[in-house]
Each structure stands twice: as structure tokens, then as C-alpha cells.
Design a protein around this ligand. Structure first.
Ligand code: MRU
Length: 335
């Protein structure tokens, strides 16, 4: 099952805000409804956002093509009609791209789909579907590679943050894909899942996925996680990423950086599992990554500051595992 897909001329996605209480699938035909779904985290996680961005452009292209066929805005010249068709799609694309700033995949998905605009709406959709297939395939390889890296002669106690499974990635998962492969190899003793304040992607979504996989797990409050590492209750930390800068700095859900600090101090591997589509060589270092600030209301009723991501400096990252390579940053490898 994919968390987001194209079905019967529409985008179909599982509303992650309702999980785990309810498995609610929503059907979206309007690109601006998809913008809203992205903003409220009904669809979330970097690779899934890439898919959403591309599918959103496909929706916009179909609508615009329907509009021009129906003669809306009539009396335009053929050239004027084409201009309007393209403008409508590009405006929708800008709103999709702007829905969330940190995960590079969103803008990338939008741009890839836009690249096929000249070939018509079917070509735009084909490109979006190709992104979904590529992400699903990449995750399988990342899972195997990450498991090979962490492979041990005894079952491992792993710690993860946020949610990086099929819900976040179209299919299978990145960091949770690594956990899944290790579990298949009989090498997972237990997974500690950070609850991931303020929206609880760990407690709600990762726990839901781990339970479905049959992996022994415990949800821990974010504040407990570094001390678990210090107390040698964790053999490895494995997380995903929203954007990896050219120098290897990693933006991921806020609360990731303290895990990396604790892991470095304890000599525990800190592994980042992410597709190549999350590597952004156009961003030189982590300080150039825009960190999304979300509504303070998510934190609580009083005044609050709510940055949704943090940046882990590359020297704290043992390795970045993608579908193509295992980059041992701590040993001096570069991306
Ligand atoms: O705000 P979210 O839930 O979209 O944040 C998601 C994360 O930080 C994930 O760890 C990251 O996107 C990797 S998903 C494989």
C-alpha cells in the first residue's frame, strides 16, 4: 500500500492526522486541497512530499487542460490560451512548493513534473508516477544498505525519531526501512521511538508501523532519548532526513540534533537513511537550510516558538545511506 497515489483521476492519500485512531483515506481533485493537506501534515515526510508535489502539478495540469478544452476564458487566441494554461499550472505549482520549506523533495517533485508541461497533462502525470515508483524502489535499497551497515552478531537496540516508514515515503520507508530489513534478519531486539513533539509522529505513526511489523518497541519522550543513549541502552540511532546539504549537514525533525550529540559522546553510530532525492548539493551547508516555523498553537496554549526541524552538523553523522552509496562522513567521506 502506498500512503499517496494516483487513482481514478485524483490523488488518494491516507490522512496521517487521523492515525492511529482512524485509517481515513481522502480523495483530492483540487491542487489547493493538496496544498492544505501538506500544510496540516495529512501527507508528510520528505519523499512523500516529493510525490505530493508532483501529483499536485499533475492535478493542476489536468484541470487547466479541462478548462481550456471547455473554452473557459473564451475568445482567447490559441497562443493566449496556451499562456493561460501554463500560468494556471505554474501558479498552482508555486503554492504547492511554498506549502512547506524544509524538505527539498517537495520543490524537486514540483519541478520535475513541471519539466514535462510542454508535453501535456498525461506526460506530467507519467513523470509524477515515475517519482513514486523511484522512491519506492530507492527505499528497498536503502533498507538493505543501512542494514548491512548496522549488521551485528546479535539483535540490536535501535532508536529512531519522527516517522520514516511507508507513511513518510510512499512505500517501505528509509530509517524504518532499515529497521524492517534488520527485523527480517532477526537482528532487532527493540526499537525506541521518540514521541516527537509537538505533533507526535513517533508516538502515533512510528508506533503504529512498528506494531504492524511486529517489532518490539517502546515510545519514549523526546527528553528521555539522549539519556537512553548515554546509559548504553541503545546500539544505534537511525533517522531520516528532510534535506542533506552538500557538506553533509542534515536537516531533520526537531529533536534529531540532541540524539546525534548523545550518540557521538557515547560512541554509538548515528546513521541517516535517505534517498538521493533528499541530497541537495545546491545548499552548501546546514545554515542555509530554511527551517519551517509552525503555528505556536501546536506546542500549547501560551506563547511558543515552534521550529519544526533542526540541523545536525555533518561531523556528528556516522554515515549517510542512500540507494546509491554509503557515505561515511565520520571517516572523512564527502557527499
Ligand atoms: O514534519 P514532518 O513530519 O514532515 O517531518 C518528517 C521528518 O522529519 C522525517 O524524519 C523526514 O522527512 C524523513 S521521512 C523518510
Amino acid at each position: 500500500v502506498r500512503c499517496i497515489d494516483w487513482a481514478d483521476g485524483a490523488v488518494r492519500l491516507i490522512d496521517q492526522t487521523a492515525l492511529p485512531a482512524e485509517e481515513r483515506w481522502v480523495v483530492i481533485t483540487d491542487p489547493d486541497e493538496l496544498v492544505d493537506a501538506i500544510r496540516r501534515l495529512a501527507v508528510r515526510g520528505a519523499p512523500a512530499l516529493g510525490a505530493a508535489g508532483a501529483l499536485g502539478v499533475a492535478l493542476a495540469a489536468r484541470r487547466a487542460a479541462g478548462d481550456s478544452r471547455a473554452g473557459n476564458g473564451a475568445r482567447e487566441t490559441a497562443a493566449g490560451g496556451a499562456g493561460r494554461y501554463e500560468r494556471e499550472i505554474r501558479d498552482a505549482a508555486a503554492r504547492l512548493r511554498g506549502a512547506r520549506p524544509t524538505a527539498v523533495n517537495l520543490g524537486r517533485g514540483v519541478d520535475r513534473a513541471l519539466g514535462r508541461l510542454g508535453d501535456g497533462p498525461d506526460a506530467v502525470l507519467a513523470e509524477a508516477r515515475a517519482i513514486l515508483d523511484e522512491e519506492a524502489k530507492a527505499c528497498r535499497t536503502i533498507g538493505e544498505r543501512g542494514a548491512d551497515l548496522l549488521q551485528a552478531d546479535r539483535p540490536l537496540r535501535l532508536l529512531t525519531h519522527c516517522n520514516t516508514g511507508w507513511l513518510a515515503t510512499v512505500e517501505w520507508g528509509t530509517a524504518l526501512g532499515v529497521v524492517t530489513v534488520l527485523h527480517e534478519r532477526g537482528l532487532v531486539e527493540r526499537v525506541y521511538a521518540d514521541e516527537t513533539r509537538p505533533l507526535l509522529q513517533g508516538a502515533r505513526l512510528t508506533a503504529f508501523e512498528l506494531a504492524a511489523l511486529g517489532v518490539d518497541h517502546r515510545v519514549v519522550v523526546d527528553g528521555a532519548a539522549p539519556s537512553l543513549i548515554a546509559r548504553r541502552l541503545v546500539d544505534g540511532v537511525v533517522v531520516g532526513a528532510d534535506r542533506i546539504a552538500a557538506n553533509g549537514d542534515v536537516a531533520n525533525k526537531v529533536g534529531t540534533y540532541p540524539l546525534a550529540l548523545a550518540a557521538a559522546r557515547a560512541g554509538v553510530p548515528f546513521v541517516v537513511a535517505a534517498p538521493e532525492s533528499t541530497v541537495d548539493v545546491g545548499t552548501p551547508a546546514g545554515d542555509a537550510i530554511e527551517i519551517e516555523e509552525r503555528d505556536p498553537v501546536e506546542v500549547g496554549p501560551g506563547p511558543a516558538y515552534n521550529p519544526a526541524f533542526d540541523v545536525t552538523p555533518h561531523d556528528l553523522v556516522t554515515a549517510v545511506v542512500t540507494e546509491r552509496r554509503t557515505v561515511r562522513l565520520s571517516e572523512g567521506d564527502t557527499l
